[in-house]
Ligand binder design. Structure first.
Ligand SMILES: [Zn+2]
Length: 373
């Protein structure tokens, strides 16, 4: 989930909003101004309802952002990198790079988000109480009370013990802590996620059949939880089956290389057409890797130009290619392999800066097939 509108960068984390949030914001504002607020505080002009509704929704999204920042800042404190926070259709998502190192860290990271929501709820409730106590406008009291309510609902929903919700992470951390078995914890949390997702869909369908249109929303949420829990379970099976597999077990050892100063036309004739590979590492005169040349790049050079361009000029510079060590676990480097990146998911294997191999997506697929079989 990538943001459509970038709001800014906080502690290295890109914070953004996906366009689907605008639809939710419009729906919420409309529901508040047209239903909830006039019922809770009658007697105001329509413009006043829309103003308070708009302000409440903006503050609500700010508290949603606070929830995700809670997760993210705690993750940073526990040594887990965070790439981005994006607000979207189902609230917010903080994209962590890598897994928490231990159950305690996982528990704290998961708890921090709902914690922020509950603090926001308390703040809304106290503010509503204060405005009411000093005889302030009951429209403002209604708006603040709504903020308290939605933050309680948000925290409550997220605390349901089912992956991928925060409660699912808490459950995962607890099972992991008590059994010392991370896989088992994942099975428990994702099974709960599938059960909860299915239940949401069932209740939603019954609701829609009974005329409650909000049931459609529940179906959507249930479908999202069900899909995400399934994906997490599949990922866990992959991680388990690739346990112990290192980069050197799947790489192509001592790959054929291309000289940096060789003309592209020569490389095409003598290397690509002869060895039937779609990419070759490029090395300089001293044998150091300087890049990765793909067949696709060679094809993009006009035929007449190929004699005048060198491999190094056309290749992906080594800084832009994923480089891994031979003894790294395959599972860990897969996250860095960027299959849709420029190098097409290929990784160079370097041992103390010396090229020892290359890993292609095909190598990875073969390893997975062998591991699962
Ligand atoms: Zn959360």
């Amino acid at each position: 989930m990538h943001e459509s509108i970038r709001l800014g960068i906080v502690r290295g984390i890109t914070v953004g909003v996906h366009w689907s949030v605008l639809a939710i914001a419009a729906l919420l504002t409309w529901g508040l101004a047209g239903g909830y607020l006039p019922a809770a505080a009658p007697g105001y002009r329509a413009g006043a309802y829309w103003l308070v509704a708009g302000a409440a929704v903006v503050v609500f999204f700010a508290s949603l952002l606070g929830h995700e920042l809670g997760h993210s800042l705690m993750a940073l404190r526990r040594g887990v990198r965070v790439d981005r926070i994006t607000l979207w259709l189902f609230g917010g998502v903080a994209q962590l790079r890598g897994d928490p190192p231990d159950p305690r860290a996982e528990f704290e990271i998961a708890a921090a988000g709902p914690g922020v929501s509950l603090v926001a709820a308390a703040a809304g409730g106290i503010a509503a109480g204060l405005v009411g106590a000093v005889g302030g406008p009951d429209l403002a009291v209604a708006g603040l009370a709504w903020l308290a309510l939605v933050n309680v609902v948000l925290a409550g929903f997220n605390l349901v013990p089912a992956a991928p919700l925060d409660g699912g992470r808490l459950l995962h951390a607890l099972v992991w802590h008590t059994t010392h078995d991370r896989m088992r914890a994942t099975r428990v949390a994702t099974t709960a996620g599938r059960g909860f997702g299915t239940a949401c869909i069932a209740v939603g369908i019954i609701g829609v059949a009974g005329g409650a249109l909000a049931g459609a929303w529940l179906v959507l949420v249930g479908w999202f939880v069900l899909t995400a829990a399934g994906a997490e379970a599949a990922q866990a099976v992959l991680v388990e089956s690739l346990a112990g597999v290192r980069v050197r077990d799947v790489m192509t050892t001592i790959p054929i290389t291309v000289r940096a100063d060789a003309a592209v036309s020569v490389v095409l004739e003598e290397t690509f057409l002869r060895h039937h590979c779609s990419a070759f590492p490029v090395v300089d005169g001293g044998g150091w890797v300087v890049g990765l040349l793909t067949l696709r790049q060679v094809r993009e050079v006009a035929a007449a130009e190929r004699a005048h361009r060198t491999a190094a000029q056309v290749a992906h510079p080594v800084e832009r290619v994923t480089c891994v060590g031979p003894d790294e676990p395959l599972v860990r480097v897969l996250g860095d392999s960027a299959p849709d990146g420029a190098a097409g998911g290929r990784m160079l294997v370097l041992d103390h800066d010396h090229l020892v191999g290359i890993v292609s997506p095909n190598d990875v697929h073969r390893a997975i097939r062998d591991a699962v079989a």
